[in-house]
Design a protein around this ligand. Sequence first.
Ligand SMILES: N[C@H](C(=O)O)[C@H](O)COP(=O)(O)O
Length: 249
Amino acid sequence: MPAVFGQADPRNARAVVEALHVAAQHCLDGTFDGLVTGPVHKATINEGGIPYTGTTELLAQQAGCDVVMMLANPTVRVALATTHLPLRAVPAAITRDGIERTLRILHRALHRDLGIAHPRISVLGLNPHAGEDGHLGREEIDTITPVLDQLRAQGMSLDGPLPADTAFLPAKLQDTDAVLAMYHDQGLPVLKFSGFEQAVNLTLGLPYPRVAVDHGTALSIAGRGIADPSSLFAAVDTCARMALAKAAA
Ligand SMILES: N[C@H](C(=O)O)[C@H](O)COP(=O)(O)O
């Protein structure tokens, strides 16, 4: 259907998803060196009859690999242990296997794709005060800490589980290369507040670089010529750098 500014049309959902699949396939077969994506209106894709939680998940499924969503701006990098799921589903989705897998992917990407020799990662707790020694929740004790102990023993530099409310203080961020948040809105509001325009969204773990803008579709200003393209410029720049680094490796 012809696109109309400001009106996302579920009848175009299939074309949007197909475009993502084709672009990703060309990255997988080596025709393209990387993928930059703009925002996708997730609800409209679902209304078009296609179950879709996000491009991150779509690309992971197509490539057949585990991935980590990480947003980054010049101030902070925030990776997520869980991505697009209802808040009530988060605690059950935080498992030892999942945290371990996420930290391994994150550590490898910081080292290999972003060139950080010895990545330092801060890991947030799930509960207020990181569980307050079990009095405000047990996920830190039962799930997160055992994985951190195991991976520290293998040489990873990991701090946590940390109370989320103070982990982003500037002095704390000086000592870390990335923060692993347990869920979407635990980490991303801080990142977006600290530099919305320059932030990008990376999908770590894919066999190719994928970088997206950090914002949504902003239908209310579509076609008015007032959108700020900074995040798109940053995404293209980041993707090109990663593709060049990969080619040189
Ligand atoms: N969670 C991201 C954000 O808040 O910026 C964004 O929605 C990710 O979307 P995709 O993985 O679907 O590109």
